[in-house]
Design a protein around this ligand. Structure first.
Ligand code: ZN
Length: 372
């Protein structure tokens, strides 16, 4: 079975770390669509030579890799599977593997905690949405999650033909036909409520030829209307895959707009010296305190730094020991640590593509919760 991104449980993963800040967790992302047989071997060799000085860590790494490789050999590729995501640590008796139907980049990270950033990015890119395609008498309702159709429902009604039948006045015929169409639209709306509430849909797209999609709006309860993202033209009989791609395009466009709006809000709040933080130190402090509601991160940014094994203090740059408690430090990607803390405290994360404003601010910024 392919896994849904939700099943990966990114919040739980963000709470797991080596208490002594040693590099004891292996995170492996494998793209199954490209041939990359040598990737694991190559990374394994490189990481192993770096860990060589520490026999404890080397032993853990070897055993962890054995478990991972055994899993990869014994688990066949599922239909539609595009990648593997594995988090493992022999020492922590920890192993989680997921088969994804989404494209991912090859990556192997050995670190003090599971490396969740690529998953966080996928979650942002593939939000769960609801899709309806309808004409005047047929409808298909879908929930699309992690890029695949999760749930589906069909509704079809016999509705009187447009041409008047004999023995009935034109007015009466129209009334009856109108009534049937309304009944159908009501049923579609009820079907949407039922399916979408079950799957926590937060965005809706309505597709189809002609006017039916506009008529449907009148029958939607307000809570669904509020989730409507777009109405798109499509043939009713268009293949599922085609429809989903079209809808995904609309979702992506909307997400881009949301990100631009949030960057604009960050700018505004900074100018007002109000509910925004920027600059590494301030972002680290507020994210640790759980004050950040929305974290904006320049996509792909990395920043090398250190983390203290005792007090979990972290910062950019290089340190021999912790300036706070003199504890031992390990190398980390500071941006990744910020993302970990943001996830732990329930903040939303947005990855921003080449935005000069955010880059000038050091690649990270945060909008603060109102109640603080
Ligand atoms: Zn410390």
């Amino acid at each position: 079975m392919l896994s849904d991104l939700k099943e990966i449980g990114i919040k739980n993963l963000s709470e797991i770390y080596d208490l002594k800040s040693r590099e004891s967790f292996v995170s492996l992302y494998i793209n199954l669509e490209k041939t990359n047989e040598r990737f694991i071997e190559k990374r394994k060799k490189a990481c192993r030579s770096v860990l060589k000085g520490n026999s404890e860590l080397t032993e853990n790494f070897d055993k962890t890799m054995q478990t991972i490789e055994k899993y990869l050999v014994t688990n066949d590729r599922e239909e539609g599977q595009k990648g593997h995501v594995i988090f493992a640590s022999n020492e922590h008796d920890f192993f989680k593997a997921f088969k994804l139907g989404l494209p991912i980049e090859d990556l192997m990270v050995v670190a003090t905690s599971p490396y969740i950033r690529p998953v966080a990015r996928l979650i942002e890119d593939y939000e769960t949405f609801g899709l309806v395609v309808l004409d005047s008498h047929r409808a298909r309702i879908y929930v699309v999650s992690s890029g695949k159709i999760e749930d589906k429902n069909r509704i079809a009604k016999d509705i009187m033909n447009k041409h008047k039948k004999g023995g009935m006045s034109q007015a009466r015929f129209q009334r009856l036909r109108q009534g049937e169409i309304e009944h159908f639209l009501k049923e579609v709306s009820e079907g949407m409520v039922k399916l979408f509430s079950k799957d926590n849909v937060v965005k809706i797209i309505i597709a189809g030829p002609g006017e039916a999609k506009i008529l449907l709006l009148d029958f939607l309860p307000n809570e669904l209307k509020g989730l409507l993202l777009d109405l798109i033209d499509a043939d009713f009989d268009e293949a599922d895959g085609c429809l989903v791609s079209k809808a995904e395009e609309a979702v992506r466009k909307d997400e881009k707009e949301t990100v631009s709006k949030d960057v604009a809000r960050l700018k505004e709040e900074i100018l007002k010296h109000s509910l925004a933080v920027y600059g590494l130190n301030e972002v680290i402090d507020t994210v640790k305190n759980g004050q950040i509601e929305l974290l904006l991160v320049s996509r792909g940014d990395k920043l090398s730094g250190w983390i203290c094994e005792k007090c979990q203090l972290f910062d950019s740059g290089i340190k021999d020991k912790c300036p706070n408690c003199s504890g031992k430090v390990a190398e980390v990607d500071v941006i990744e640590k910020i993302i970990d803390f943001a996830k732990r405290t329930g903040a939303k994360i947005e990855f921003v593509d080449d935005n000069p404003i955010l880059q000038d601010l050091g690649g990270v910024g945060g909008l603060l919760r109102f109640n603080l």
